[in-house]
Design a protein around this ligand. Structure first.
Ligand SMILES: NC(=O)c1ccc[n+]([C@@H]2O[C@H](COP(=O)([O-])OP(=O)(O)OC[C@H]3O[C@@H](n4cnc5c(N)ncnc54)[C@H](OP(=O)(O)O)[C@@H]3O)[C@@H](O)[C@H]2O)c1
Length: 254
């Protein structure tokens, strides 16, 4: 039987790399993002699998539920959910636009939580399914100059790891992918290109493949890249005040 994967943020960066990986393995796809034209172009490209596109702004309250309802209406049963859509913003909290930051919380946290809620219920009923939540190495420490972004990713990691335990008697798996800086549109959207943080960005295909393989083998948390792994480990053992100072240093000075 053909499996189906839903990927949010499928039009660029890591999301589009996930599209390629799932399509290569013969998965039917449900692709969600705002840009309907790009979604349509992707649909035309992947003719070996069935591609359903849902153009939706997931930062709008209620949009995630509408995605779930659309999938149900089309009679699609998901085997994999990839909560990938997200964005960041560089700047001091009080100097950035409040509405943009609230939209970030809505997308990075609320939409991810809602999609997980609705599809997890179905997966539990079938006692099968995989969820891949894309967090970041930002999840491991406070992030001055990207305070809300780092906090959203800390939520994603904490939430996802808690679910792993809740699902210990189930075959449904939840995996968190924690990439460090990666070459996608994220850098220009967040305005972090040229910062120290982005001086050693990894290739998006490598990062997505690590996430894909880790999810398929039921891993709990994946940190991509040796340096990022060392940074995540270091943040665990140093005082959070020091970790925050380091995060501020790498986000600063373009
Ligand atoms: N690149 C990095 O350095 C890095 C590092 C750590 C974690 N991450 C995480 O990786 C994930 C993927 O980001 P990326 O690096 O691949 O960035 P990207 O290239 O900017 O891709 C973001 C994707 O999300 C979609 N999206 C953005 N806002 C949306 C909204 N309101 N509703 C629905 N879809 C929306 C975009 O499509 P549309 O514009 O068509 O909506 C696009 O497909 C994010 O969660 C990000 O936080 C990235």
């Amino acid at each position: 039987m053909t499996m189906t994967a839903l990927i949010t943020g499928a039009t660029s960066g890591l999301g589009y790399e996930f599209v390629k990986l799932f399509a290569k393995d013969g998965y039917n796809l449900v692709l969600v993002a705002r840009n309907g034209q790009t979604l349509e172009e992707i649909k035309q490209t992947y003719t070996n699998v069935k591609v359903t596109i849902i153009s939706k702004d997931l930062s709008v309250p209620g949009a995630a539920k509408e995605v779930f309802e659309e999938v149900e209406k089309q009679g699609i049963s998901l085997d994999v959910l990839v909560n990938n859509a997200g964005f960041g913003l560089l700047g001091k909290f009080d100097e950035l636009d409040i509405h943009e930051q609230l939209n970030m919380i809505q997308l990075n946290i609320t939409a991810l939580t809602e999609l997980t809620y609705y599809f997890l219920k179905q997966m539990k009923q079938r006692n099968s399914g995989r969820i891949l939540n894309v967090a970041s190495t930002a999840a491991f420490q406070p992030g001055p100059l990207m305070s809300v972004y780092y906090a959203t990713k800390a939520y994603v990691l904490s939430f996802s790891e808690a679910l792993v335990e809740e699902l210990s008697d189930s075959s449904v798996t939840v995996t968190t992918l924690c990439p460090g800086a990666t070459k996608t549109n994220f850098g220009s959207v967040a305005n972090v290109e040229g910062t120290k943080m982005f001086s050693r960005a990894m290739a998006s295909d490598i990062v997505a493949k690590k996430g894909y393989q880790g999810m398929m083998s039921g891993k709990r948390v994946i940190v991509t890249g040796g340096l990022n792994m060392a940074g995540a480990l270091g943040a665990k053992f140093m005082p959070r005040s020091l970790a925050a100072k380091i995060a501020k240093y790498v986000a600063g000075e373009k």
